[in-house]
Design a binder for this molecule. Structure first.
Ligand code: URP
Ligand code: ZN
Ligand code: ZN
Length: 487
């Protein structure tokens, strides 16, 4: 008997800091040794392969009621199976409060959905659409105490959006708990005004979705929420950033020292508005908010990832079938305003970036690991258990064959969506063997994990989610006048 349960032998280990040849020794699902010549009860030969931390996808919608009240096509089984095949070993999805719902009930319901089905480990963020005093004063702190120290707010969507004063309330409450606020930043009225006029003139095709979600709607909302966050000294993470202008707002805020983080997604690197311009309602398969833009915006997103203005690359997996159960709630009568928003991307997030990022020389392997795993763990409070390969971290490993070539078809994807927006891409580099807590869950193109083996990850507040503790001049003024005001 060896002291090690399992050794991943002879591969090249990649972390956010280094790329080096090493064996990985595992006991009880945890990495206990990195070195040469390790021996174990079982051995996986990784000669010629790259050994990366499993991906963390910190923005996914799984078994969730959408902004329009439509249920996602993926449940926690199909979504996590799909994630695993693409080299992702942790998902973070939303427990979504729609108006009138009590957050404790919402959280309990999402636990019930996930626990019997997930094959990889998972965490939750809250979505808050109804920030009542009880929700802010009791339910949010309780959710944070139960391991959910992040909350997403919407500045658009009729059924979910918060007003600016509600946003300030949530930012203050989140700050008090050391929780991070994620923001879907688009100007609701700009989009609505454009959309109503366009539909009123008889233009209903999916391509108008891209035109009506203007670049300015994103930039204005990002600018506004940064101002709101600065007023109460609350860190924010702007999700799914798609525009040059939006990235500039975040870059400026970061240059001023604010804790403003940004995220982009495959659809903003690999799709454009032209993808929505298809026959009939086919463009609906590419409708997401914000929409894909143009090649200049794609370049800006690459540059934002390169200079760390954008810290995380997530899928925003938002799975809807291209039929009346999902994308087209009114069948052939569906206008672009009714189309369920979002595109699938859990499985292809990493392979797409590997080919077009690492393979194309746009980023190093270490940067790839940072953007797909380590930064997610650090920002959302999972580090160092997840997102790295280090002594003491979970043995969540994706063993990549850098020479494995694949042409993407929707038939090869394991989600329940029935299409992929990335069909036809020729990729080189693929996670051929995937381990979760030391257990081989994907090998030889087969899934080996039992339903429900995935564990809920209770997270703690992270350094990224702590306020700066900056002086706020207006509040100092009031202090001097003897009328202290603390947000
Ligand atoms: O279009 C999108 N992104 N749909 C998913 C919901 C959201 O806004 O993240
Ligand atoms: Zn969103
Ligand atoms: Zn989303």
């Amino acid at each position: 008997m060896s002291e090690l349960d399992l050794v991943v032998k002879g591969g090249t280990v990649v972390t956010a800091a280094d790329t080096f040849p090493a064996d990985v020794g595992i006991v009880d699902g945890v990495v206990v040794a990195l070195g040469r010549g390790l021996e174990g009860d079982e051995v996986i030969d990784a000669t010629g392969k790259l050994v990366l931390p499993g991906g963390i996808d910190s923005h996914t919608h799984i078994e969730q009621l959408s902004s329009a009240g439509v249920m996602n096509a993926d449940d926690f089984h199909s979504a996590t199976v799909s994630a695993a095949f693409g080299g992702t070993t942790t998902t973070m999805s939303f427990a979504a409060q729609h108006r009138g719902m009590a957050i404790p009930d919402v959280v309990a319901e999402y636990h019930d959905r996930a626990a019997p089905k997930a094959v990889i480990d998972y965490a939750f963020h809250l979505i808050m659409s109804d920030p009542t005093p009880e929700a802010l004063g009791e339910h949010l702190p309780a959710a944070v105490a139960q391991g959910i120290p992040s909350v997403k707010l919407y500045m658009t969507y009729d059924r979910l959006r918060c007003t600016d004063d509600q946003i300030l309330d949530v930012l203050s409450a989140a700050r008090a708990q050391g929780a991070l606020t994620m923001v879907h930043a688009e100007n609701h009225d700009m989009i609505g005004w454009m959309s109503n006029r366009v539909v009123g003139a008889g233009n209903t095709l999916p391509r108008y979705h891209a035109a009506c979600h203007t670049r300015g709607a994103e930039a204005e909302a990002i600018n506004r929420v940064i101002a709101l966050a600065e007023l109460v000294d609350a860190p924010i993470l702007v999700v799914h950033v798609s525009t040059i202008e939006g990235i500039e707002e975040i870059r400026r805020a970061r240059a001023r020292g604010l804790k403003v983080y940004g995220e982009t997604c495959p659809q903003y690197l690999f799709l454009t508005a032209d993808d929505l311009d298809r026959d009939g309602l086919d463009g609906a398969m590419f409708c997401c908010s914000p929409p894909p833009r143009d090649e200049f915006a794609q370049e800006a997103c690459w540059a934002g990832l390169a200079d760390t203005t954008l810290s995380v690359y997530s899928s925003d997996h938002s799975p809807f079938r291209h039929d009346h159960t999902g994308k087209l709630p009114k069948g052939t009568e569906t206008t672009f305003k009714d189309i369920a928003n979002g595109v699938p991307g859990l499985e292809l997030r990493l392979p797409m970036l590997f080919t077009h990022g690492v393979g194309a020389g746009r980023m190093t392997l270490a940067e790839f690991v940072r953007l797909t795993a380590t930064n997610h763990a650090e920002i959302y409070g999972l580090h160092p258990r997840k997102g790295t390969i280090a002594v003491g971290s979970d043995a969540d490993l994706a063993i990549w064959d850098p020479d494995h070539e694949v042409t993407i078809t929707h038939e090869m994807i394991h989600d329940n969506v029935g299409y992929t927006p990335f069909a036809g891409h020729e990729l080189k580099g693929w996670p051929t063997t995937v381990l979760s807590r030391g257990e081989v869950i994907v090998a030889g193109g087969e899934m080996h994990a039992e339903r429900g083996r995935g564990q809920f990850l209770a997270r703690g507040p992270s350094p990224a989610s702590q306020p700066l503790g900056r002086q706020i001049p207006e509040l100092d003024m009031m202090d001097r006048w003897g009328t202290p005001f603390r947000p």
